[in-house]
Design a protein around this ligand. Sequence first.
Ligand code: GAR
Length: 260
Amino acid sequence: MQKTIKLGALISGGGTNLQAIIDCCESGKINAQMAFVGSDTPNARGLERAKQHNIPHFVVDYTQFIKTHQEHPLPVDYDPEEIYQKQNIFSKSSEDRKKVKQLLSSRILAERSLLNNMANYDFDLLVLAGFMRNLTPYFIDRINTGHPLPRIMNIHPALLPSFPGTDGYGDTFNYGCKVGGCTVHFVDYGEDSGPIIGQKSFAVTPEDTEESIRKKGLALEWELYPECIQLFAENRLKLQVNTSKKNRPLKNRLTVVVLN
Ligand code: GAR
C-alpha cells in the first residue's frame, strides 16, 4: 500500500495553491495529508482556508520580527559567518557585508520562530505555496536532515531559470515572451535556483494581458504542484549530479530525475 506523507505548508497570501493541495489530499488524488499551515502574514486569506479544513495553523509575523530584531537575542545555534558564506541570495561584496549580515540576522529570528512552531508537528515535506520570503541556510539545513532528498519544495510563477524573484508572470509579460509557465523545484541556498522537479507551459498570445497570463499560469500551478508532491510521495524523485564536461557552469549542478 502507498504511504501517506504528511505535508506542512507555508503561505503569505491567497492560498489558491494551498487549496488545490488540500483538495487533492481530501479527494485521495495524492497520497498526502496536511499537518499544518504557517503564514508570515497575520491576515493571509490562506489561513481561512486552513481553518475551514480544520488544519492546524500559525502565524510568524515577519514584519514584526524585522522591525524589532535588535531587541531579541539571536539563537545560540546561529553562526552568522557560516550562514553568510553559505547563502546565495544576497551580495557577498565587502561593502555590503555588514548590511547583509544584519538582514540575515533579522530573518533568522523569524525562521527560529517558524521552526519552533513547526516542531509541534510531524511532517515529511514542507511546501512553499505562495510564501514570499527567502529562506536562509539556517532554516533549510534544519529541515533537510536525515533524508536522501531535500524536504522543501517551492512553486514559482515562471519557467525557471528565467525570471526568478517575486513577479514571474509580470516579468514573462513585460519581456514579451511567447511562452510562459510555472516551475516546482526543491529549495536550495539561492533564489529560486534549486533542482527543478516539474514544469508546465502555456502559449502567450497577442491578446494576452498580464492578468490573463497570471490566470493561465495559476490554473497550471494547481495541477503541477499536486503532481510533484505525488512524485515525492511515491518516492520517484532522485537527485543526480550533472557531470557533463561540455557545459562547465552547469557541471556539478544537482538535477532531479523522475523515476518510472
Ligand atoms: C503563485 O502564483 C505562486 O507561484 C507565487 O505566488 C502566487 C501565490 O498564489 N509564488 C511566488 O512568486 C514565490 N516566489 P496563491 O497564494 O494563490 O497560491
